[in-house]
Design a protein around this ligand. Structure first.
Ligand code: NAP
Ligand code: HSE
Length: 428
């Protein structure tokens, strides 16, 4: 039986892992597929670059046509990243009759609908397990495992780089910039790490997960995004004292009012399973109407974990090829999109305020919370000996996002509030 021929776009962190797994697990792959998998050609920027694996020079190319127009290539593994020229290559590959396996969440979050329509037209497979949460099979879980349920909430630590940074800041009090460099060295970060630290990478992943979980065509622009660059070691330390860990959480919720999706640094109660997910590990918590609470945990980035998901997708495409059932997935039919308004989004909040250290200040602050119907769970005051201000930490009961925005606006006008130091959503 002739081998399944794979053309690969990119041979960086993930691409190298794919070669290692395909070569190292060949016997197991043959046992599952019934034929060999052969990576026959690989597109790179620079064929002369030193690589950490040995690849015969003739297998590398700088010309994409060598792959897209090779009639022997069945499947294309896209691990070069970015939007252009990648999108053009993927669309052309589908038109040329190739199946696609990709780790590219940027592409799927922005052009997923267009790419799926092209795949449907040409009856080709497009698989993207590696695009969210690296080695955790969360796409299959949502589309197959939970196809019977009505998913109401998806909460995820879906960016390995930021979780690595926050964990090191929490554990060792490490400095943000140093840990980011470490994460880049380990191959976790995106080519432009701003998309990791500013929450955009997580937002792209949450866009994909909420589409699959809620069957609503959530766009990237529907996601409210805040990254971790404003998180301080002081916030983390205060959080710990009060029983919270700071995590960059993607939170997608569905209620009778509609859906909401956000990515923001969040104070997670220490007894919630997401609080103990550290380092490059990711976890996705899924709450289904029938199944209740579930959580999926594993490495969220890096060479071999990510490549594991890519090769699993390759196995699926290869099995489909053997059975001649490629492109037979039904297109997802979305329901009408209704986005929840700030009046409908409810959560607890953690606030750190720097205020004048004198009589009556606390009363003025609590009055503003009362004016906007935000009730308080606890208030702590921390005197600061070196300056004229005190630090007040407030944890609210459930409040609307709109109510909290009004409270913060009022604090901005109050002379006794010197600084709204930090505001976090609270979960768990
Ligand atoms: P990477 O290490 O930067 O590798 C990119 C590869 O693509 C390199 O081999 C590069 O060639 C090649 N390339 C880039 N642009 C090209 C172009 N225009 N023409 C030809 N070749 C080009 O990236 P990566 O970390 O492996 O990530 C790849 C994809 O996987 C991205 O979409 C990323 O978001 C996703 N992803 C990554 C991880 C992770 O942990 N790293 C996890 C999940 C998903 P040269 O080698 O010659 O420079
Ligand atoms: N930069 C991404 C992360 C890679 O750190 O999670 C995995 O998608």
């Amino acid at each position: 039986m002739k081998p399944i021929k794979v053309g690969m776009l990119g041979l960086g962190t993930v691409g190298t892992g794919v070669v290692r797994i395909v070569e190292g697990h060949q016997e197991d792959l043959v046992r599952q597929i019934g034929t060999a998998v052969e990576i026959s050609r690989i597109l790179v920027n620079d064929v002369t670059k030193n690589r950490s694996i040995s690849i015969p020079q003739e297998r590398l190319t700088e010309k994409v046509e060598d792959i897209l127009h090779d009639p022997d290539i069945d499947v294309i593994v896209e691990v070069m990243g970015g939007l252009e020229p990648t999108k053009g290559y993927v669309m052309e590959a589908l038109a040329q009759g190739k199946h696609i396996v990709t780790a590219n969440k940027d592409l799927l979050a922005l052009y997923g609908t267009e790419i799926m329509a092209q795949a449907h037209e040409y009856k080709r497979d497009v698989m993207y397990e590696a695009s969210v949460a690296g080695g955790i099979p969360i796409i299959r879980t949502l589309t197959e495992g939970f196809s019977s349920d009505r998913i109401l909430k998806i909460m995820g630590i879906v960016n390995g780089t930021t979780n690595y940074i926050l964990s090191a800041m929490s554990r060792e009090g490490a400095a943000y910039a140093d840990v980011l460099k470490e994460a880049q060295g380990l191959g976790y970060a995106e080519a432009d790490p701003t998309s990791d630290v500013e929450g955009l990478d997580a937002a792209r992943k949450m866009t994909i997960l909420s589409r699959l979980g809620f069957h609503v065509n959530v766009e990237l622009s529907d996601v409210s995004v805040k990254g971790i660059s404003s998180v301080t070691r002081e916030d983390i330390a205060y959080g710990k004292t009060l029983g919270y860990e700071v995590k960059l959480l993607g939170i997608a919720e569905r209620t009778g009012d509609g859906v909401s999706v956000s990515v923001e640094p969040t104070m997670v109660r220490l007894n919630h399973p997401l609080a103990s997910v550290s380092g490059v590990f990711n976890a996705v918590y899924v709450f289904g109407e029938s199944v209740g609470e579930t959580m999926f945990y594993g490495p969220g980035a890096g060479e071999l974990p990510t490549a594991t998901s890519i090769v699993a997708d390759l196995v699926t495409v290869a099995k489909n090829l053997r059975l001649d059932v490629n492109g037979s997935q039904l297109p997802l039919r979305y329901q009408e999109k209704k986005l929840r308004s700030p009046e409908q989004i409810v959560s607890k909040y953690f606030l750190l305020l720097r205020v004048a250290d004198r009589a009556g200040v606390l009363a003025r602050i609590t009055q503003i919370f009362a004016d906007y119907k935000v009730s308080l769970e606890s208030v702590f005051q921390h005197p600061n000996a070196s300056t004229s201000h005190a630090e007040i930490i407030v944890i609210t009961h459930n409040a609307t996002k709109a109510g909290m925005q009004q409270v913060l606006e009022e604090f901005g006008k109050l002379d006794v509030v010197h600084e709204i130091r930090s505001v976090y959503r609270v979960e768990g």
